[in-house]
Ligand binder design. Structure first.
Ligand code: SF4
Length: 797
């Protein structure tokens, strides 16, 4: 791996640069934009009962929000304060008091009437609770009773009928590691985490092309690179402080390009609170936009490569970095033959962009001496997500944008735990420090001192489907242990997910707060286990940022909640109760420090984690750049170009491609009904004005978005979306997505679909006719009765 060490934070220039301003009007008056100062006051108000502790968390802890990574209020990229409203919104999860007993033991229907936001506002889970089948209320149980019940169930079921899942926010590497080890110790490989629905294709694609599973570069490489491309990534919304890095990059002349179907206002202009001139006048972030079709990225990138090969025919070396390719890359001729065989008509139709625009982008990259490509779920959450990311890698390899300063490939992570979770082995394809392959299995068996089951574990989507298998099936899910996670509000087809949850015999929810999934019935019982936050954990914990910085977050003095326990300690306890004798030999680590020492042995990249013990301690595994100097950790040290066929996403006449986006929220936790960047409400359907005019639908009119999977009742809002595409908020739009459709290499669910959009009154008139006539159209006949859940009908009659 890389030998160059990170150079530490850079300084921003002190003089303003009016050329980057959004406009001369101070504070963006009259514009739709977030109000950071107001948000800060709201945070103070929400945490007013625990302000000193809240401040200690902010000033000493490692952020539990996104994976940009910050220790206290400082990061490793830029000098100066690092704080954002995402972190402030999440703060209350750490400072809230316990849920009052009478609320916790209320009738289950009273709890079910609450939204997840209302449940979150109730406060923290203080004690283990249980609700047996048929009981109307949760009741408090001692830890011993709860853990013995879970352990007994583990002993009673076949390990293939038990599964673990872990969320990606707030958990530490120590927790992921202990969960990964405990699952294997108990004989199951069914363990997965929330990265399944965000970046699993990134890791898979980087692994198959370059032999790496993480960002190849550091944030510092953004600053001063010639071209910084964001692919399906709205960092201004999801990793807000990254806008400061973009500002720094633009001050050094970097061109910022966004490739996305929707011209996201947050990426157009942003008011960066910690940069005075930006806080006053805003900063123009994107220099240019390429509004591809949903699902059109592969075609777009094939077009870019086709143009490059055409340039190369005219003038060798004018587009490709031939020296880099000859030294470090395989597969050029296969890729060339594939791309040259594609037709421009197909590329234009698939991408939604003209040949001329594609050529502009291609030539911009061809002129660039260096470039950084950043992507998120706009690329990964497709049934061809790995192929999408592979195309980005193809572009970087052809241009030699790898393994050197101001170059690289960065799957930017949205949650603090996404990077560390699989590196600790908490998914079915990983073990600490490697993939789930014979070589790593043998190595980890040596470290762990017990035999690891050799069968392939299931991803969480399949695990949930396993709950609906016949009772005598060897993989029928009977015991599900989940740390965090709210499947009802994150997975496609919520009705089917509910049936799965209800069909599991014993469900264990280890968490800090209540959510709606916990309230679903189970065949036998639901057990809730109260967890400590990362700031409450004895011995502290570590988390890994997108740029592979492993930060230490200390235990922070402050109030503690009831009987909540460290999450790693709960897994350890479970392992010891299920197999006490073996555990005495193989599950010896008793403290966070001992777990870190074990991680250093199990995951060689993490050698150094054992030395992290004070606030501010960190190290970056792999150095500044993976694949440094172009040398990849593949068998022959070379990167691999892989020809990617068009996925052939083509709409039929009269339909739209729909995708989802985030608003004022963190994952499924929604903090406001109005998106601060565009003013949209959660039921709004974003559509290009010309498409809306063609349909005869005006702004604000009620619409029904429907397909054979479900119906979404919303209001039309015209917005700069590529024609033929619409945007809905996530997770509300999940009713429209099919369940059981996974990307074949990485198992991410499909979050894009073809839909019809109709004015609500026209839709209802057709429905009424359908009752009177047997001639209703076939598509309507396919609409399941459960459709429409999750969206509030706007129909007022
Ligand atoms: S940008 Fe991310 S890491 Fe930084 S404070 Fe905000 S949520 Fe935390």
């Amino acid at each position: 791996m890389g030998k160059t060490k990170h150079g530490g934070p850079l300084r921003l220039p002190k003089t303003p640069k009016p050329g980057l301003w959004v406009g001369p009007v101070p504070l963006g008056l009259g514009k739709v934009k977030p109000h950071h100062i107001t948000e800060m006051f709201k945070t103070v108000w929400r945490n007013r009962d625990n302000l000193p502790y809240a401040w200690r968390i902010l000033s000493r802890g490692v952020c539990d929000g996104c994976a940009l990574g910050v220790s206290g209020l400082r990061d490793r990229t830029l000098a100066g304060p690092h704080l954002c409203t995402t972190r402030l919104n999440l703060l209350r999860l750490n400072t809230a008091p316990a849920i009052p007993d009478d609320v916790l033991t209320a009738d289950i229907d009273d709890l079910r009437r609450m939204t997840s936001a209302e449940l979150r506002e109730l406060g923290r889970l203080p004690y283990p609770m249980i609700r047996e089948r048929g009981e109307r209320r949760f009741r408090r149980v001692p830890w011993d009773e709860a853990m013995d019940r879970i352990a007994a169930k583990f002993r009673a079921v076949d390990p293939k009928q038990a599964a673990f899942y872990l969320t990606a926010r707030g958990l530490t590497n120590e927790t992921y590691y202990m969960a990964a080890k405990t699952a294997r110790f108990l004989g199951t490989n069914h363990i997965d985490n929330a990265s399944r629905i965000c970046h699993s294709p990134s890791k898979t694609a980087l692994r198959r092309s370059l032999g790496i599973g993480a960002s190849s570069c550091s944030y510092t490489d953004w600053i001063g690179t010639d071209v910084l491309v964001f692919w399906g990534s709205v960092v201004a919304n999801n990793q807000p402080v990254s806008t400061k890095y973009i500002y720094a990059a633009k001050r050094q002349g970097t061109k910022v390009i966004v490739v996305n179907p929707y011209r996201e206002p947050a990426m157009d202009g942003y008011w960066i609170p910690s940069v005075p001139e930006s806080a006053l006048f805003g900063t123009k972030l994107a220099d240019d936009w390429y509004q591809v079709n949903i699902g059109g990225d592969i075609d777009f990138m094939n077009g870019v490569m086709k143009h490059w090969f055409e340039m190369e025919r005219r003038e060798p070396g004018s587009a490709l970095d031939l020296a880099f390719i000859s030294r470090h890359v395989n597969g050029l001729e296969e890729l060339r033959a594939h791309v040259e065989g594609l037709s421009w008509d197909d590329i234009e139709r698939g991408s939604g962009l003209s040949r001329g625009r594609i050529a502009e982008f291609a030539e911009l990259l061809a002129r660039a001496r260096n470039g950084v490509f950043v992507w998120s779920m706009g690329l990964t959450q497709h049934r061809f997500g790995t192929d999408n990311v592979t195309q980005v890698v193809n572009l970087a390899l052809l241009r030699g944008f790898l393994g050197r300063a101001k170059c690289g490939l960065m799957p930017i992570r949205g949650h603090s735990g996404v990077q560390g979770s699989s590196e600790m082995g908490a998914d079915p394809f990983s073990l600490p420090g490697g993939d789930f392959d014979p070589e790593t299995i043998a190595r980890i068996e040596q470290v762990w001192g017990f035999e690891i089951p050799k069968w392939q574990g299931d991803i969480v989507g399949v695990t949930l489907e396993n709950a609906l298998l016949p009772d005598d099936h060897e993989r029928r899910l009977r015991l599900f242990y989940t740390s965090g996670g709210n499947f009802l509000e994150t997975m496609p087809n919520p009705d089917r997910v509910r049936r799965s949850l209800e069909n599991i015999e014993l469900r264990v929810h280890q968490d800090i707060i209540l959510n709606t999934s916990m309230l679903a019935d189970a065949r036998e019982a639901v057990i809730l286990l109260p967890a400590k936050t990362r700031y409450e954990q004895e011995g502290g914990g570590t988390s890994t940022s997108t740029e592979r910085m492993v930060y230490f977050s200390p235990e922070i003095p402050g109030p503690r909640i009831g009987e909540a326990r460290e999450e790693w300690r709960i897994f350890l306890d479970l392992a010891r109760r299920v197999k006490p004798e073996e555990a005495a030999r193989a599950m010896k680590a008793e403290t966070a420090e001992e777990i870190r020492a074990e991680i250093a042995l199990a995951a060689p990249n993490y050698d150094g984690i054992q030395h992290l013990r004070h606030q501010g301690d960190f190290f970056q595994w792999g150095g500044m750049w993976l694949c440094e100097d172009g040398v990849c950790p593949t068998p022959d040290g070379r990167g691999r170009l892989i020809p990617i066929a068009s996925p052939g996403v083509r709409r039929t006449a009269g339909t739209f491609m729909a995708t989802t986006r985030r608003g004022k929220q963190f994952n499924s936790m929604i903090y406001g009904t109005r998106d601060p960047f565009n003013g949209a409400l959660r039921e709004d359907v974003l559509m290009n004005p010309e498409d809306a005019a063609e349909l005869g639908i005006a702004d604000g009119e009620a619409v029904v978005v429907h397909n054979r999977f479900g119906r979404f009742y919303g209001r039309l809002r015209t917005a700069p979306v590529a024609r033929g595409n619409i945007g809905l908020f996530w997770p509300e739009g999940n009713v429209l997505f099919p369940s059981g459709v996974y990307e074949p290499h990485a198992g991410i669910p499909e979050y894009n679909t073809e839909v019809k959009v109709e004015k609500a009154d026209i839709y209802y008139a057709r429905q009424d006719r359908k009752y009177r006539s047997k001639d209703a159209d076939a598509e309507e006949g396919d609409v399941p009765a459960v459709a429409g859940a999750g969206a509030r009908p706007c129909r007022t009659e």
